[in-house]
Write a protein that binds this ligand. Structure first.
Ligand code: SAM
Ligand code: SF4
Length: 284
């Protein structure tokens, strides 16, 4: 099996990344809003920026009603969303994924809905899931023509009409360790931070400038969403000229990342890949 050449244009400090202004909201619309529906994952990636399996719970309770409530509050204060990104953990492991998609869509705040998955539990992404999706992103840690081809056949067989993208990276950003960044450098980076632009996150009833802050459970650095929240509060939070406290310790600033992608702390990934491919083939 031929391994394709992975790319890493998206890393915060990749020299390949064209630095653009981080404008996460315009015309009342948040570009991308990430919602984690579970903190569980079937992989154990050593350098996972979301620190799975120690990931904090994305909601205060057990279910995602809290996300729905927050989305409703945001909508009622005039916020719109271009695309909601369903992430995790590994979203396909959630037995309630389809119900959650329907509930989120019912709020009517977002134009599009996308799932980001490692693609290794295809059973959790079924016909019903696909019918509700605008786009499906496979974080492709397998990177073989066979894996991609099987996924393409699987979604075709399930009559999926949306977009699919296989996202491959050579390295991950260091979202785990903490450093001490210079104030000037931090302020400079804040204006073009990739995560700030594409990774606004909703967790535990709060809006966060990026998922690193949410996943670190630095809740006091998020914006609490309640019935008092106004559109201008959301604007002031997201478009603030001042970096979050978290940014002063963020290792994505000024460092090229060398964290290898999807190195496992367990040795069961080959078995997981085989099972996933086998499941999809059986569905064809
Ligand atoms: C943490 S995963 C969660 C969703 C799903 N389990 C998956 O693997 O796609 C979400 C995305 O973050 C990426 N990711 C994980 N750790 C990262 C890091 N340190 N820097 C950049 N991207 C990272 C993954 O490759 C994936 O595309
Ligand atoms: S902590 Fe700040 S600098 Fe780091 S990714 Fe988040 S917004 Fe960007």
């Amino acid at each position: 099996m031929k391994k394709e050449k992975p790319t890493n244009k998206l890393a915060n400090n990749s020299p390949k990344r064209k630095k653009k202004d981080a404008n996460p909201i315009s015309g009342g619309k948040i570009r991308e809003l990430e919602l984690s529906i579970t903190n569980k994952c079937n992989l154990n990636c050593l350098g996972c920026g979301f620190n799975i399996p120690k990931q904090v719970t994305p909601v205060n309770g057990q279910r995602i009603d809290e996300h729905i409530k927050s989305l409703e509050l945001l909508k009622s204060c005039g916020v719109k969303v271009e695309k909601i990104i369903i992430s995790g953990g590994e979203a396909s492991l959630s037995r309630n994924l389809n119900k959650y998609l329907v509930d989120i869509l019912k709020v009517g705040i977002s134009e599009q809905i996308e799932i980001v998955t490692n693609g290794l539990y295809p059973k959790g992404i079924n016909r019903e899931t696909l019918a509700n999706l605008d786009s499906l992103i496979i974080s492709d840690y397998v990177m073989t023509e066979e894996f991609e081809g099987t996924w393409r056949q699987y979604i075709k067989a399930l009559n999926y009409k949306g977009k699919i993208e296989f996202r491959r990276k050579t390295a991950w950003d260091d979202l785990l360790s903490e450093v001490k960044n210079k104030p000037e450098q931090t302020r400079h980076h804040w204006s073009t931070c990739f995560y700030r632009k594409y990774d606004v996150t909703l967790e535990r009833g709060r809006l966060f400038s990026c998922s690193r802050i949410a996943k670190k459970k630095w809740d006091e650095q998020g914006l609490l969403i309640n019935s008092e929240t106004s559109l201008s509060d959301v604007y002031s939070y997201l478009t603030s000229k001042v970096p979050r406290d978290a940014c002063y310790s963020c290792a994505t600033i000024g460092n090229n990342s060398n964290i290898p992608v999807a190195v496992q702390t367990r040795n069961n990934i080959e078995r997981i890949i085989l099972k996933a491919e086998q499941y999809m083939r059986e569905c064809l």
